[in-house]
Design a protein around this ligand. Structure first.
Ligand SMILES: C[S@@+](CC[C@H](N)C(=O)[O-])C[C@H]1O[C@@H](n2cnc3c(N)ncnc32)[C@H](O)[C@@H]1O
Length: 257
């Protein structure tokens, strides 16, 4: 999340999208999965087959990924003000169903899986197959059964209607000013997936920006996000974070009934 590394993060995310594999090895051996993970009309996201060997995360050279995004157990990150605010706003409780969109290495996924317990569930979702393979590997290795890991095509959430209490996008860069249709699609899909009273929490580093040809493509401002969300969501709270040289906005929305 550091300022100087934000461009690297975006470059990596773009590279990950480009490099994303399309095969689904071992699909026939997978255990039965919920219909909404298999129905092509729902965008055909896939659940990874169980992974028994720790898959290599090929970003190991990049310190921000090695030190920040990939590790699950990171006490220093847990203590940071931004993470504590996220945890306070998420307010995970037993029985909750949470969609962790852009789950990365699973830092939040595994903490929430512990808190929501056997009656809750965490859907960890990512566009990068290396991340979902890592999540599958870790869930098997740690014996965490109340979660799944789904690789989705960009722009897709792949969640069943009215099935989750909370959708989070934490430092994903999924919303960009040059992608209005995709932004709108995320708000629509999140609203459809949420149960009545369900919440949507989005955190974005304001320094993350990329270039697409000549047109600037940036993270929307908090005001732009609130406006985009407004047809389907009311704004519950808005926060600005400053930590270690970077700044971010954090927005909490509630689905309109
Ligand atoms: C910077 S990491 C953050 C990981 C995690 N949320 C955390 O805070 O530890 C961003 C992750 O979001 C994923 N991502 C980026 N754009 C996405 C999108 N449109 N939909 C789903 N995942 C996305 C990337 O592949 C990457 O794993």
């Amino acid at each position: 999340m550091k300022r100087e590394t934000s461009a690297t993060v975006v470059a990596w995310v773009l590279a990950a999208v480009t490099a994303m594999g399309c095969g689904s090895a071992g699909e026939q051996q997978q255990a039965p999965r919920p219909w909404y993970h298999q129905d092509p009309s729902q965008g055909a996201p896939r659940v990874e087959a169980p992974v028994s060997v720790d898959p290599a995360i090929e970003t190991a050279q990049d310190p921000i990924w090695r030190e920040l995004w990939v590790p699950i157990d990171n006490p220093e990150r847990e203590r940071s003000g931004s993470v504590q605010l996220v945890q306070q706003l998420v307010d995970a409780r037993p029985g909750m169903v949470i969609a962790d969109v852009g789950a990365g290495g699973g830092f939040f996924t595994f903490q929430w899986a512990r808190t929501v317990g056997a009656t809750g569930f965490i859907h960890s979702i990512d566009i990068d197959r290396r991340m979902t393979r890592k999540l599958s590997y870790e869930s098997a290795a740690r014996g965490v059964t109340n979660m799944d890991a789904t690789q989705v095509p960009i722009g897709t959430l792949g969640l069943a209607p009215r099935s989750v209490d909370l959708v989070t996008f934490l430092d994903t860069g999924a919303f960009m000013t040059c992608e209005p249709a995709r932004n709108e699609g995320y708000f629509r899909q999140a609203a459809e997936a949420l149960r009545p009273g369900g919440r949507l929490l989005i955190l974005n580093n304001v320094d993350v920006a990329g270039e697409q040809g000549d047109s600037p493509c940036e993270v929307p401002s908090a005001e732009e996000m609130i406006e985009m969300a407004s047809p389907r969501f009311t704004t519950v709270s808005r926060h600005t974070l400053h930590e270690g040289g970077w700044s971010a906005w954090l927005l909490v929305f509630e689905r309109r009934s």
